[in-house]
Write a protein that binds this ligand. Structure first.
Ligand code: MRU
Length: 365
């Protein structure tokens, strides 16, 4: 996608040093667009855990390059194991991270050490290219759902939560891919963007990227969605996900479950867009089997923004002695999901539909 007229992916190899990785530092958006260069395994691991890069597909792709960078420094078995262990520990919930690391490990394990670095960079590049193609396919399938609601030039109002746009993937996004394609073909599409406390991925990131692409949008506080649904102002919900069970339970950013409940109560379709790399074929119960990341309480007790003098300021908003918890994800049971938008098409959130859509994986269960 484009930033001020120039096409970017959300990560790429440096133009002058093809061994180092460039990313867009998402902790700086929307105030500044900074593109740091990562040259060591520790820098890559830090970029993922501190959320300079975030979003399930993007952390998988970044981790793949982390392995490649580690292999260039030292292609030994011990270094490979160290890279996999370090990167696996960066974030627990999104299965794409483990998916990408498994893919890198199984390729490199039996590879001659002298060729490991080149092979690792090539595999990481393939993961990125596949992610772009996959998300574009998700966009095409989701576009059909938006088109069907856009009768006679009527505006389609879509609510989304968190950021599942192009900067959460290598390009296009998952939940936002159908919206970009709808906008590009002239459908009057408008997005209600949940701010997504505590880190405000909606207000800071989704609003930023929709704005850069010229997509009409309105930022709302997290609690406004149900009210807007009751007033008939939302036609459909589309969100991304960090892990889907083989039975169709959906884990996504904290607050997603409440939007699904409100959508069900108001008869509004609730869609989840995902690449198949987000499906964890080994688990079926989202409530018991998915590790939910607990993040620092300072994400809740403080807010960061741009002060009126232009400086970036962090302020405390919670009394000093209050207890705080900060679960970063929740699970929406499959029964509340109207459909899963995958790269192969739209299917029901159920074990039967998923294994029919992906028989090569479904058979393993
Ligand atoms: O904590 P984050 O910002 O990494 O969480 C991201 C999300 O929850 C996204 O909705 C999800 O990864 C889908 S990204 C295409």
């Amino acid at each position: 996608m484009k930033i001020d007229g120039t096409a970017f992916r959300s990560l790429w190899l440096d133009e002058t040093d093809r061994w180092s990785l460039r990313i867009i530092d998402q902790t700086k958006l929307p105030w500044a667009v900074e593109m740091p260069r990562l040259t060591t395994l520790d820098q890559v691991a830090h970029a993922i855990s501190a959320m300079l890069v975030r979003g399930a597909p993007l952390i998988g792709a970044t981790a793949a390059y982390g392995v490649a960078i580690a292999m260039r420094a030292d292609p030994s078995d011990a270094a490979l194991q160290q890279a996999i262990t370090t990167l696996s520990a960066t974030r627990p919930t999104a299965i794409n991270l483990r998916w990408a690391l498994n893919r890198m490990e199984s390729l490199l394990r039996d590879h001659p050490k002298v060729e490991r670095a080149e092979a690792a960079y090539a595999e990481a590049a393939a993961i990125c290219d596949e992610d772009v193609a996959t998300n574009h396919a998700i966009g095409r399938h989701g576009l059909g759902l938006i088109r069907s609601r856009a009768s006679a030039g009527r505006r389609v109002n879509i609510l989304t939560h968190c950021n599942a746009g192009w900067i959460a993937t290598v390009d296009w996004g998952t939940a936002l891919a159908p919206i970009y394609l709808a906008h590009d073909e002239g459908i009057d599409v408008h997005v209600f963007v949940d701010e997504t406390r505590p880190r405000n991925q909606g207000a800071s990131l989704t609003a930023w990227e929709l704005g850069k692409h010229g997509v009409k949008h309105t930022v709302i506080v997290d609690n406004a969605g149900g009210h807007l649904m009751q007033r008939g102002e939302i036609d459909m919900v589309i969100v991304g996900t960090d892990r889907v069970t083989n039975a169709g339970d959906v884990c996504n950013k904290i607050g997603t479950y409440l939007k699904a409940l409100a959508a069900r109560d108001n008869g509004i379709p609730f869609y989840v867009a995902l690449p198949s790399s987000t499906i964890d074929w080994t688990i079926s119960d989202g409530l018991t089997d998915i590790p939910i990341e607990e993040r620092a309480t300072t994400e809740v007790t403080t807010m960061t923004g741009r002060a009126l003098d232009g400086s970036i300021a962090t302020i405390r908003i919670v009394p000093k002695d209050s207890l705080v918890v900060n679960p970063a994800f929740d699970v929406t049971p499959a029964r509340l999901v109207s459909g899963l938008i995958t790269e192969r098409g739209v299917c029901a959130a159920s074990a039967a539909a998923l294994s029919q859509m992906f028989p090569e994986y479904g058979r393993q269960n």
